[in-house]
Design a protein around this ligand. Structure first.
Ligand code: RB5
Length: 141
């Protein structure tokens, strides 16, 4: 399965750790950044979100310090449902209830092992549909 992934400088290390840990199971397409040099998170979130929004069944992962900048930016794109996650329970729920197509993680506030659990849970949990589809249909303005 192909997964688009991007981070700013605050999320760079976690991005690399995720690629290393899950690289044998997932094909990562890395949208940057490529070092810990300071960058602006919207540049990366916009590029990745535009691609996810226009590619059927495509999922992405965004990482910054708090996760909020990435989530705020990605959710400006129609069709993007980017969910900020700090536990595996939330990772399951943003798939089951929100049909999230972008997983966002706050690198500065979660241990690496938690990030790995979140990633695994997100990509092994299905959308439940039903009443949740009705609610998702009401998101876009
Ligand atoms: C970078 O210092 C930090 O502001 C960024 O990673 C993120 O937390 C923004 O939402």
């Amino acid at each position: 399965m192909k997964v688009l992934i991007a981070s700013d400088h605050a999320g760079y290390e976690l991005k690399e750790q995720l690629k290393e840990r899950f690289g044998s199971e997932f094909e990562f397409e890395d949208y940057g950044t490529h070092s810990t040099e300071s960058v602006d998170y919207p540049d990366f979130a916009h590029k990745l979100a535009a691609q996810v929004a226009t590619t059927p069944n495509q999922y992405g992962v965004l990482i910054c310090g708090t996760g909020n900048g990435m989530a705020m930016t990605a959710n400006k794109h129609a069709g993007i449902r980017a969910g900020l996650c700090w536990s595996k329970e939330i990772a399951a729920l943003i798939r089951q209830h929100n049909n999230a197509n972008i997983l966002v993680m706050p690198a500065r506030f979660i241990p690496t092992e938690t990030a790995f659990e979140i990633f695994s849970t997100f990509f092994s949990t299905e959308f439940e549909g039903g009443r949740h589809q009705r609610r998702i249909d009401k998101i876009n303005l």
